[in-house]
Write a new protein. Structure first.
Lengths: 307, 316
């Protein structure tokens, strides 16, 4: 990763770090990145918040007294705080807090897993396309152009809608539509790295194509992909909840945040909190991912390192 | 410019072929074989056999694809599994309604995004700037279908200013004015996300333009602030904004699909939703194809606008 920091050479901050007499360059640069990240209050708060959300959904069974599917006909439409239900109940008298926590497991999964899988696949494709060039590059990129020809949400809906509804279906659909975005980014980054002297040196030293790609190019392409992935996770939570809202994801009585909004829609007049709360959860988590992505980008970008 | 358009149109042909292959393959994703999917679960085995033969489902996949392509190109999208009506008759009127919603939202997104971004940039770091950018951040991160429901709650249920759903009054004789009234909430819902992103780009683009040397020279010449902004800032800040607006088209179309479901807007989005629920694959295919083609065309138009604004792009 530190090679990429060098890629922005000519920048005063970078040179200052590299010329620093204190310790090896790598740990120095890493230290400033950590420090810059810690100074970014939005990113820090978001990071802490996301960790808290993950812990809360993982330990959902030990939080609160109710299960997510425990219907109680006597406690339907309870407003927030009523009868021991901190966030109220829905039209079947199910505890909203429990449903939000358990639903969060699915929603986070749908936001995070496709981004990671598509990130890995796209990274591989982009790396090969950008390094090997020629016919391979042409074939890969023309195929990806076809995916770009669809509005992202439309293709995800069409793919998921043609398959059997379920969490796996949603994950597959979102992964497919995401791959080209990562591949294009990775290809551009690879193209930037390949002409650099250390790649030529590796080639002169007799490195094979695979060795050079994996040991020298990959580490330099990695960080922009990570930043992009973090920012996309927020958007994918929104897209995934959109698919669930349409009924393409988990089936009742299990619900994620998108499906909960769809359920709440029917009782919007009577109990608006059933709709409002899961949407707030989606909003907060997607905002947090966006802030976190910005923070990581700023921390990794040598131009924004401040002291 | 003519050569540029020709080049762009020729370049898009392979993409359209690719799109048609993807849409053809959708039916392969469906559980069960295509004959079962197309005829529905109630059909007899004999009927399924017959359809397999007429559609050539017993032949190799490439042969099937070409047969499907020829049928589709001649305007035959097949019959809806759910209603048994020809898909083309079902889809086309819906397409017009989706266009109304999408164009309305696009216009709204541009007007809101551009004016908010411009005002925020001209009063950078003021209260208006900070508030509007915070709101933009929220609107840009919120799920559009949920935002729509919140707007319904506020403006249709609480304040009763606007209708909750549909495209016309039940009698359907309200005319264009009635359609406009029904359009407000869905269009605002669809427009808010893209408007937020446009506003942020306009703001940074205008702030950047304000700092350029030619603006400083113009200011030194003694131009009034209004002339300066009109003549030297707005036009120079335009190209990145057009690009971003173009990129928002996909987001807008995708958002419109969900918004239609929320507001029961009788367009392709709600048709897609109904056909997914009914597992009506021919309708899903036709809807997806139409929207994708519209999207490809819209992108070409955006490229043309960009090329008209910036002659350098025409050479590339």
């Amino acid at each position: 990763m530190s090679e990429l920091a060098g890629a922005g050479a000519g920048d005063a901050d970078t040179r200052a770090i590299e010329a620093s007499p204190l310790g090896p360059v790598r740990s120095q640069a890493r230290f400033w990145r950590l420090k810059s990240f810690a100074r970014d209050r939005g990113a820090l708060v978001s990071g802490v918040l996301l960790v808290a959300v993950v812990l809360a959904v993982v330990f959902a069974p030990s939080i609160g007294r109710y299960g997510p599917d425990d219907a109680d006909n006597l406690a339907r439409y309870a407003p927030m705080g009523a009868g021991g239900h901190l966030l109220g109940t829905d039209q079947q008298g199910r505890d909203m807090l429990a449903r939000l926590l358990f639903g969060g497991r699915v929603s986070l999964l749908i936001g995070v897993v496709p981004t990671l899988v598509a990130g890995a696949i796209g990274l591989g494709l982009g790396l090969v396309a950008g390094y090997v060039r020629g016919l391979v590059d042409q074939i890969i990129m023309r195929c990806l152009d076809v995916v770009f020809a669809f509005p992202m949400v439309l293709l995800a809906i069409a793919i998921a809608g043609s398959m059997r509804p379920g969490v796996l279906t949603e994950i597959i659909a979102i992964t497919i539509v995401l791959v080209p975005y990562f591949a294009r980014l990775a290809r551009t980054a690879t193209e930037g790295v390949v002409p650099m002297p250390f790649i030529e040196a590796a080639r002169a030293a007799g490195g094979t194509r695979a060795t050079i790609m994996l040991r020298y190019v990959l580490p330099n392409v990695f960080s922009p992909v990570v930043v992009y992935a973090t920012t996309l996770m927020g958007l994918m939570i929104v897209v995934g909840s959109g698919l669930s809202f349409l009924g393409l994801g988990v089936q009742p009585p299990t619900a994620d945040w998108g499906a909960m909004v769809a359920e709440g829609r029917v009782v919007l007049r009577r109990a608006p909190h059933v709709t409002i709360l899961p949407g707030c959860a989606i909003l907060i988590v997607s905002l947090a991912f966006n802030f976190l992505g910005d923070g990581i980008r700023d921390a990794l970008d040598p131009r924004t390192i401040r002291r | 410019m003519g050569a540029f358009i020709t080049r762009r149109l020729v370049g898009v042909l392979p993409v359209i072929v690719g799109v048609s292959i993807v849409i053809f393959l959708l039916i392969q994703l469906a559980p069960g074989d295509a004959a079962t999917v197309l005829l529905g679960p109630q059909a007899t085995e004999a009927a399924r056999q017959e359809l397999r033969h007429t559609l050539g489902l017993d032949q190799a996949l490439p042969v099937q694809y070409f047969a499907w392509l020829v049928r589709t190109l001649s305007g035959d999208f097949g019959r809806s599994v759910a209603t048994q009506l020809p898909v083309a008759a079902l889809v086309l009127p819906r397409f017009v309604n989706t266009l109304i919603l999408t164009l309305g939202s696009l216009l709204l997104a541009i007007v809101i995004g551009y004016s908010v971004g411009l005002f925020a940039a001209l009063r950078a770091h003021s209260l208006f700037d900070r508030t509007s950018m915070a709101v933009a951040l929220l609107a840009g991160s919120a799920p559009p279908f949920w935002l729509g429901l919140i707007l319904v709650l506020l403006f249709a249920i609480q304040l009763r200013w606007l209708p909750v759903s549909g495209m016309q009054d039940i009698a359907g004789n309200g005319g264009a004015l009635d359609v406009m009234r029904h359009l407000v909430l869905p269009a605002v819902t669809t427009a808010l996300g893209p408007a937020a992103i446009i506003a942020r780009i306009v703001r940074s683009s205008v702030i950047e333009a304000l700092g350029r040397p030619h603006v400083r020279v113009a200011r030194a010449k003694g131009l009034t602030r209004a002339t300066l902004i009109k003549r030297h800032v707005i036009l120079n800040a335009l190209p990145p904004v057009v690009t971003i607006t173009g990129l928002q088209l996909g987001y807008l179309l995708g958002g419109a699909l969900l918004t239609e479901v929320v507001f029961a807007w009788p367009g392709l989005g709600s048709l897609l939703y109904d056909s997914i629920t009914a597992r009506d694959l021919p309708v899903i295919q036709a809807t997806t194809l139409l929207i994708a083609l519209a999207f490809v065309l819209a992108n070409i138009v955006v490229d043309m606008i960009n090329a008209a604004l910036d002659p350098r792009l025409r050479e590339a």
